[in-house]
Design a protein around this ligand. Sequence first.
Ligand SMILES: Cc1cc2nc3c(=O)[nH]c(=O)nc-3n(C[C@H](O)[C@H](O)[C@H](O)COP(=O)(O)OP(=O)(O)OC[C@H]3O[C@@H](n4cnc5c(N)ncnc54)[C@H](O)[C@@H]3O)c2cc1C
Length: 351
Amino acid sequence: MLDYIIVGLGLAGISFCETLEKHKKTFKVIADDSQKSSTVAGGLYNPVILKRFTISWNANEQLDIALPFYKDLENKLAVQLDYKIPVLRKFASIEEQNLWFEAADKPLLQPFLSTKILQNKNHGIDAPLGYGQVLGTGRIDTKQLQESYESYLLTKEGLLKESFVFKDLQFQENYISYQSIKARNIVFATGYGLKENPYFNYLPLNGTKGELLTIKAPSLKEKNVIKSSVFIIPLGVDLYRVGATYKWKDKTNVPTEEAKEELLEKLDSFLKCDYELVDHVAGIRPTVADRRPLVGRHPIHQNMYVLNGFGSRGVMIAPMASEKLLQFIENDEPLHKDMDIARFTKKYFKD
Ligand SMILES: Cc1cc2nc3c(=O)[nH]c(=O)nc-3n(C[C@H](O)[C@H](O)[C@H](O)COP(=O)(O)OP(=O)(O)OC[C@H]3O[C@@H](n4cnc5c(N)ncnc54)[C@H](O)[C@@H]3O)c2cc1C
């Protein structure tokens, strides 16, 4: 008898596995490659919403948990995952500069917004009004994390690389059985795959498609993340990620010509050096109508749980939400009401 079955191995599944290991719980993961959000993500962690200059939901607690979490994973997997990189927000007008300084005065934002305007010294970028710097930011190499974590689990026979078959799931009195596996609990961490889950598809997961390009720009030599109409994220060896798009209709992981054109047009509006397009990827962000995670216990099946809804901020939210879910299951500690799926229980009984 295992303690847990986890379905899905993106940022949510990995974070939950790690939390279980820390608490000495046994588990097995079942995961396929149907969803790509964690594989293609830009991987940025940044507590500030750069459109409105406001702090993102619960950012301080998330960062406090996430940074040591990725550090421990780097040690465990012997790979670099966390690249501490400043994020520079390009100012498009004097009015924006003023809004930045107003925001930097607010107590919650003070630790994260530098009060100096940085002048642009890079000839490859057009930024005559300079930048505001966000402090305490960085990039997690989510693809490396997924690959390394998958290998780690395969070595200890903790992962079945296959799609979950819902008809093989059975509820016993105090446990769950799935094919030949028995476990006390099951946690679904399937990102946008939640839509196919007959137990949780009442939850209002919208899904927002995002596409990213990778370019090679040997003369750019930029070390910071630049945020203008799109992000430019340095990856090293003259490679940069450029993105991302937000689309609500198409729910496939297929890169489109339309998104490529949109990204290149935005990029060309401020990048003034030669570059070559080397990659183009797409994934569906698990976004929720009220922009809060979907975490908690099924309204009827007491040992079935969901860990989802991280939207465009999975890097920061996943470690915090995993720890909270485990404390909820094992120690009855209440979940933060903003992320508890209990807020949709009425909808479950109505649907
Ligand atoms: C273009 C783009 C850029 C992004 N940039 C950032 C960023 O810079 N910073 C940030 O924090 N976030 C970013 N995000 C968002 C981030 O990727 C997500 O918040 C996060 O990856 C969601 O993780 P998840 O584990 O919930 O879902 P997923 O990564 O989708 O993982 C779900 C897992 O479950 C598996 N699965 C699904 N259904 C089944 C099934 N039936 N059986 C077995 N396995 C199943 C999937 O194959 C996958 O392995 C970005 C997203 C996109 C698309």
